[in-house]
Design a protein around this ligand. Structure first.
Ligand code: UT7
Length: 317
């Protein structure tokens, strides 16, 4: 499998830290120092499915293909306005594709899980061109009076098209059932027969626990993958890491003894966009002409579950 096209869409509404100071007991200084975030893009008038469809069109166009060439769609998504049908089904109709579609939810690691599934499907000969989209609106999961969580997130949709080829060098997925540090619990419709007590909770996060687990697990995944490919840390052109917090990116750079030029980032402008963060950043690099044929890129993400996903790809476009 290899990546042949990328696309992205950000919502139009820019929310700065100073705007949050208007209604939260927070400060630009605190948010910047603890997270690196200066502003984030939030859904206001847009619908996530329209953003995801447009990001998909852009990726298909970048690949030099048309929607009829796509023979499978995988959409990574945690939340959107529909519980069912899957977002991938809506995207299929909007872009005019005809193939089978499926959604995956592996929280912020979802894009890597989706890429890994696409690789299996291409290897098995069941598909030739797969659209992998990650579309997320985590700003709809948080309590906007909870300063500990709402300042962290942003919305967005990123997409890639993958085709047959030799660009997917290695991947590693891990899951450790650990629900107490990061979860969002949604209340279901009532029935006349429910007798159990039910709970609703906006996104809960034990930030410190997640921070530590993220740095440890991502560093371990990266080391394991580099070793399995016989690569040194400096053989990778860019580490395209899940954009949750600038301090997590810096901690991983420190662990690998690499300077920050290996770690492109956009968390300062986009906030944490969950599983969309890696394809959003990849599309920026692609469209800014920063990727050359033969470059090796390492993607690494972590999220609720606790899930992690990492892979090394060779840029062959
Ligand atoms: O993709 C999902 C994965 N999520 C993550 O990767 C998040 C990982 N964790 C983090 O990024 C950091 O833990 C946070 C940025 C969430 C928090 O930073 P921290 O350095 O771990 O701060 P803390 O939670 O220990 O809180 C320190 C203080 C507390 O006040 P006290 O108890 O010391 O008086 C908080 O109440 O900062 C306070 N605080 C805030 N103050 C101003 C928490 N949020 C805010 C805020 N503004 N927005």
């Amino acid at each position: 499998m290899r990546i042949v096209g990328t696309g992205r869409v950000h919502p139009s509404k820019v929310v700065t830290n100073h705007m949050l100071e208007q209604f939260l007991d927070t400060s630009d200084e605190w948010i910047k120092e603890r997270t690196g975030i200066t502003e984030r893009r939030l859904i206001s008038s847009e619908r996530l499915e329209d953003m995801a469809s447009e990001a998909s069109r852009l990726a298909i166009e970048d690949a030099g293909l048309s929607a009829s060439d796509i023979d499978y769609i995988i959409c990574s998504n945690v939340i959107n306005e529909y519980i069912t049908p899957g977002l991938s089904c809506i995207i299929q109709g909007n872009i005019g594709a005809k193939c089978a579609c499926v959604d995956v939810n592996a929280a912020c690691s979802g894009f890597i899980y989706a890429l890994d599934m696409a690789d299996d499907r291409i290897k098995s000969g069941k598909a030739k061109n797969i659209l992998v989209v990650a579309a997320e609106e985590p700003t709809r999961m948080v309590d906007w009076s909870d300063r500990a969580t709402c300042v962290l997130f942003g919305d967005g949709a990123g997409a890639v098209v993958v085709s047959e080829g030799d660009g997917f060098m290695a991947s590693r997925l891990t899951t450790q059932s650990k629900t107490d540090c990061l979860y969002y619990q949604r209340k279901l419709e009532p029935t006349p027969y429910i007798t159990k007590e039910e709970h609703f909770s906006a996104l809960y996060m034990n930030g410190r626990d997640v921070f530590k687990t993220a740095v440890l697990s991502s560093s371990r995944d990266i080391k394991t993958l580099l070793d399995s490919c016989g690569l040194q840390p400096s053989d990778i052109k860019y580490y395209v890491l899940h954009q949750a917090n600038m301090r997590i990116v810096e901690a991983i750079a420190h662990y690998l003894k690499l300077d920050m030029s290996f770690f492109p980032h956009n968390v300062e402008r986009c906030g944490n966009t969950s599983s969309a963060s890696i394809p959003l950043l990849l599309d920026e690099l692609n469209r800014e002409g920063k990727l050359q044929r033969g470059d090796k890129l390492l993607f690494s993400a972590f999220g609720a579950g606790f899930t992690t996903g990492a892979c090394i790809i060779e840029w062959t476009k």
